[in-house]
Write a protein that binds this ligand. Structure first.
Ligand code: DX5
Ligand code: ZN
Length: 221
């Protein structure tokens, strides 16, 4: 499966958001990870519709929208219409996970399902035939710049095994605390979509992305 980098704009400089995104693209990024937080499912409030709308008009990157909000089904259609390509919801935040995933697909988006570090991995098993991507949180959701939780590596392997058994073509994304010095471990465990916020947007964005891409493309094995 193709390895993909999904730079999280949560760590961008919002005063220069457009330029930061262009730099990520210039470094070779094809996806953008967009963290929407509601202040209820997670304590923080990040950004929402108007930011998506503005950046959608400026870039053709794949919008990987991560909804850290309660009952995300309320907003699926709106985020799809604003140009999300994939929408990922938390199993912990949905009353009816299956209906929420179905709503995402009906809007023409790729449906992702995510779990917090404390949620048992086998929870996702019964939804595998309805999802295009599983997102494993490797930090508690809610803020960027945290340390990767080491137990996540074993959890990636568990979910990868479930995906293999399902026989379906499902991406496995990992989000939180991923940097150049631990991304290889995450890939080796079975992830193929890597979220990186602070490790991309702090410093030389173009160089950071291209350093990640070298590892993701196997150049630095
Ligand atoms: C955490 C967010 C992450 C975060 C990752 O709640 O879902 O996407 O931006 O940031 P880093 O890579 O800095 O841990
Ligand atoms: Zn995220």
């Amino acid at each position: 499966m193709l390895n993909i980098l999904s730079p999280s704009i949560l760590a961008a400089d919002f005063n220069r958001l457009g330029r930061n995104i262009q730099d990520a693209k210039a470094g070779g990024a094809k996806w953008l990870h967009i963290d929407v937080m509601d202040g209820i499912f997670v304590p923080a409030i990040s950004f929402g519709m108007c930011v998506l709308k503005s950046i959608r008009s400026e870039t053709d990157l794949f919008f990987d929208t991560h909804l850290m909000i309660n009952e995300p089904i309320r907003y699926v259609k709106e985020f799809a219409e604003l140009g999300s390509d994939g929408i990922t919801v938390h199993v912990e935040a949905c009353k009816d996970v299956a209906t929420t995933l179905k709503a995402i697909k009906e809007c023409g988006c790729r449906a992702g399902l995510t779990i917090n570090p404390s949620t048992p991995t086998n929870v996702v098993e019964k939804y595998l035939d309805m999802t295009d991507m599983i997102l494993l949180m490797s930090v508690e959701p809610g803020s960027g710049g945290q340390e990767y939780i080491p137990e996540s590596t074993e959890r990636i392997k568990e979910v990868k095994r479930m995906i293999k058994t399902s026989g379906r073509d499902i991406d496995l994304e990992v989000d939180g605390g991923i940097r150049l010095n631990n991304v290889r471990e995450v890939l080796d465990a079975g992830a193929n979509v890597i979220v990186a916020g602070s490790a991309v947007f702090h410093g030389d964005i173009k160089k950071n992305v291209s350093d990640f891409m070298q590892i993701l493309n196997g150049v630095n094995k």
